[in-house]
Design a protein around this ligand. Structure first.
Ligand SMILES: [Zn+2]
Length: 425
């Protein structure tokens, strides 16, 4: 097959080019390719490498009334995503042992419309499961430094975290941490949004990031900090990178589109942890993305039923944002990042960091994972267009740019996902 006449966007730049595909892979990229085969006309359209969302909670098996793999992966495909990596919670059982991994893998093979990987969990008492999980093919591990919100996935204290990181380093894998220091968190003083914000202040993030970085240095474990919400945390990660420590971090659209003073207006659908931050921090995160100092934007799609996101008492509202369908379109609408940067932070950088084989670029030898998109189209997020199991999102009403013409997964229209392989390096 040949995709003709589109404008190809990669992390390296933007160029007019045809894309030749044979089997599952891209075989050539260039002007006026002579290859013959079925032709797809992409003139007037842009073609990005398929998005990779390395932070979603699809909750299957076990909490499928919140979200399931079929709905979640269809939402991703609609937004230009061709791969995701699912978190070890909030499915039931949580993915902390081989039996749970096998169950989830079967569910993924059965229902996912795009390619997938699985994070394993690091929790107190499962050190002996780390090696078997690596052999099964986990992309890496996730741990919480503070309570996760569900009892089945307990937090690691510093000692457990250190032991886990030592083991993960020996296995050549990577650890992701939710970095908020439990000792710096407080019970909210009352039921309001302001009380909630006040209970999870930025120093809780800084303290936990500092601890995690220290342990990474001591153990040699590759480390990734999820959903970073402050400038200072990104700067700490950056400083460690410059010292040669193998560490990275990500942020999410909600930390880029909303600030703490929006929380009361937005209500429970915007409750997340860490919480929304000051407008000046939001602005700083955008600048760090544009400068390449912050390398990934992922959704942290963590949906639930609508009733759990409503009510007058912020303490009782479920913390989690529903949004994976819109990440790229939201970023594009803000017009603060050039197109190659969007390709990098939503695909290429993620594939490279997590060693996803043949993913994240439009070049010969890569999987033909492509988002063909009409960038002249501007709209807002509408509830009726959302494909989640629970049709709502904090992003409703937000401006989006880009209408999906087609999402190709390994050269085929999204529909039957496969496990992502890990590359050797
Ligand atoms: Zn999450």
């Amino acid at each position: 097959m040949i995709v003709r006449g589109g404008t190809v966007v990669t992390s390296r730049g933007v160029e007019r080019a045809d894309i030749a595909i044979a089997g599952r892979q891209i075989t050539a990229v260039g002007l006026n390719l002579a290859e013959d085969g079925e032709e797809m006309d992409a003139s007037g359209q842009h073609i990005f490498p398929g998005g990779i969302d390395s932070h979603v909670h699809f909750n299957e098996p076990g909490r499928t009334e919140w979200e399931d793999i079929a709905h979640g992966s269809a939402a991703l495909a609609a937004g230009g995503y061709t791969s995701f990596i699912d978190m070890p919670l909030n499915s039931l059982p949580v993915t902390t042992d081989v039996a749970a991994f096998d169950r989830k893998l079967e569910a993924m093979k059965r229902s996912s419309k795009v390619d997938f990987g699985l994070w394993g969990g690091l929790v107190p008492g499962n050190l002996d499961q780390l090696e078997p999980l690596v052999r099964r093919g986990v992309t890496g591990f996730k741990a919480f430094m503070c309570p996760s919100g569900i009892d089945e996935f307990p937090a690691c204290d510093d000692k457990t975290l250190g032991q886990g990181m030592k083991r993960i380093a020996e296995l050549g894998s990577i650890l992701l941490v939710h970095a908020e220091d439990p000792q710096a968190l407080r019970e909210p003083a009352g039921p309001t949004a302001a009380d909630f914000l006040d209970s999870r202040r930025p120093p809780a993030e800084w303290q936990a990031v500092w601890t995690a970085l220290t342990l990474a240095r001591q153990t040699g474990c590759r480390l990734h900090i999820v959903h970073v919400s402050t400038r200072r945390a990104v700067q700490m990660v950056r400083q460690e990178q410059q010292r040669g420590v193998d560490v990275s971090c990500e942020t999410c659209p909600h930390y880029l589109l909303y600030a703490d003073d929006d929380l009361e207006r937005l209500g429970g659908v915007a409750k997340c942890a860490p919480p929304l931050r000051r407008p000046v921090v939001v602005d700083a995160l955008w600048k760090m993305l544009a400068d390449g100092h912050l390398e990934m934007v992922v959704s942290d799609h963590s949906p639930s039923t609508l009733d759990l996101k409503q009510g007058d008492d912020f303490r009782k509202i479920w913390g989690g944002i529903s949004g994976c369908q819109s990440t790229r379109q939201l970023l594009l609408a803000q017009d603060r990042l050039d197109l190659p940067t969007v390709a990098a932070i939503t695909s290429s950088n993620i594939a490279r960091r997590f060693r996803l084989a043949n993913k994240g670029d439009i070049a010969p030898g890569y999987d033909a994972d492509l988002w063909i998109v009409d960038l002249s189209h501007e709209d807002v997020v509408r509830r009726k267009d959302l494909l989640y199991r629970n049709q709502f999102s904090v992003h409703e009403g937000q401006e989006i740019r880009g209408r999906t013409v087609k999402t190709l997964v390994r050269g085929e229209e999204a529909g039957a996902g496969q496990p992502i392989n890990q590359s050797a390096n």
